[in-house]
Ligand binder design. Structure first.
Ligand code: MG
Length: 398
């Protein structure tokens, strides 16, 4: 079999006028760009993949890499991954753009291999460890968290650095002790390790499953200090790419949970290796999904089915309804879990006509990145303590 073509499908999920993470009146998440990749072969089989990170830029990277793969045997996934990596060396170290492009192509090659062998991708990764994957969603208040609990969710995450203690108090008081609660501080560049430690210690009584990105991802020494001084498992890594992006975190056991983004980590191949590196250090994996579309979610389900150290998968509830019209099959959700797909390959494809009707018009993540003091959109490094007072404010647990 030979690769004959690679095409990209870039779309706007939601209305371009929506803010990236704003919800509408029905709670549907706002606008993002989704980039899908299709690899074509001379035997008529095609594979689907998805790239996140900076989709409008990654589309160009995918099309540049197309020439590297034309005429190649799509079965040689590892060799082709290494070929794509070395092809980019002239552009500098591989970041989320290069890794994002390799991710979508790698995913599509696994899809082709599964279809060619008439078996699901998880079967090619060593077989199933589990039949369903635990998922979590997000809430900023007790009412939303309780609604998720009533819908079967067993874990909920709240985020933001403006008032995380108040949010956690409200959520913990609403859902009780039999639901896992997590906090994501989004690692803004101005969050010092010392402030993260103060905040982390104040969060200790709420028995969090994990504290995510307490400092900026570039601040690995700061993350190590938070890990040493806060008695909450630490999660990080959504902005990293390739196995080398997590190596220090894992080898030094600075994190308890790694959160590779399935659309930009480097592909199913890299995430399987990463899971092995983490397993050797008793570190769990909970992939990031934030801005991801529905194809990468399928890829995550296959990977998580096949690794022992799966913690759970992030999910946006409720997402833009068009999410389910973008793909040919939706994952089956029940009791806070998604069922592991059973069809050959990834078991999903995109509806090209629907994607074509939602062209990418704007990157709202960048365009909407307004300056908001005291939030993760704050861009100054040193703020007054007064301005940050809300961050540390607590009324005490009921
Ligand atoms: Mg996060």
């Amino acid at each position: 079999m030979k690769v004959t073509d690679i095409r990209t499908f870039l779309m706007q999920a939601g209305k371009p006028s929506d803010r990236a993470w704003a919800s509408d009146a029905k709670g549907h998440q706002g606008s993002r760009n989704w980039l899908f990749v299709k690899v074509y072969t001379d035997e008529g089989l095609t594979g689907i993949g998805e790239c996140s990170g900076w989709p409008r830029v990654i589309e160009t990277a995918v099309l540049d890499l197309r020439n590297v793969l034309l005429g190649e045997d799509p079965a040689d996934i590892e060799r082709l991954w290494q070929k794509m990596l070395t092809a980019q060396m002239g552009h500098g170290m591989t970041g989320i753009v290069g890794a994002g492009a390799m991710t979508g192509i790698d995913m599509a090659l696994w899809d082709i291999k599964g279809k060619a062998l008439n078996t699901p991708v998880w079967n090619l990764l060593g077989g199933k460890v589990r039949d369903r994957i635990r998922i979590y969603s997000h809430a900023s208040d007790g009412e939303t968290a309780l609604d998720l609990k009533r819908r079967g969710f067993t874990a909920v995450k709240t985020g933001g650095v403006a008032n995380p203690l108040q949010k956690v108090e409200a959520i913990r008081n609403a859902v009780g002790d039999d639901m896992d609660v997590m906090v994501d501080l989004h690692g803004p560049p101005w969050m010092t390790p010392k402030d993260a430690i103060i905040l982390g210690r104040a969060l200790e009584p709420f028995h969090l499953l994990f504290l995510e990105d307490p400092v900026a991802p570039e601040n690995i020494e700061g993350l190590a200090r938070v890990q040493d001084q806060v008695a909450i498992p630490i999660a990080a890594g959504e902005r990293a790419a390739t196995i080398w992006g997590w190596r220090a975190m894992i080898e030094r056991e600075i994190v308890d949970v790694i959160q590779p983004d399935t659309g930009r980590a480097g592909g199913i191949s890299q995430m399987k290796k990463l899971a092995g590196m983490a397993e050797a250090h008793h570190i769990m994996m909970a992939p990031h999904s934030g801005s991801l579309g529905p194809v990468a979610e399928f890829a995550a389900l296959h990977l998580l089915a096949a690794i022992p150290n799966c913690l759970m998968l992030e999910r946006i509830e409720d997402d833009w309804p068009g999410r389910y019209e973008t793909i040919t099959a939706s994952p089956q959700q029940k009791d806070g879990h998604l069922a592991v797909p059973t069809a050959p390959g990834l078991g999903v494809d995109i509806r090209e006509d629907f994607v074509a009707r939602h062209p990418s018009k704007v990157n709202v993540s960048v365009a909407g990145g307004g300056y908001e003091p005291g939030t993760e959109n704050e861009s100054v490094y040193v703020q007054t303590r007064l301005r940050r007072a809300a961050t540390f404010k607590t009324k005490g647990r009921k």
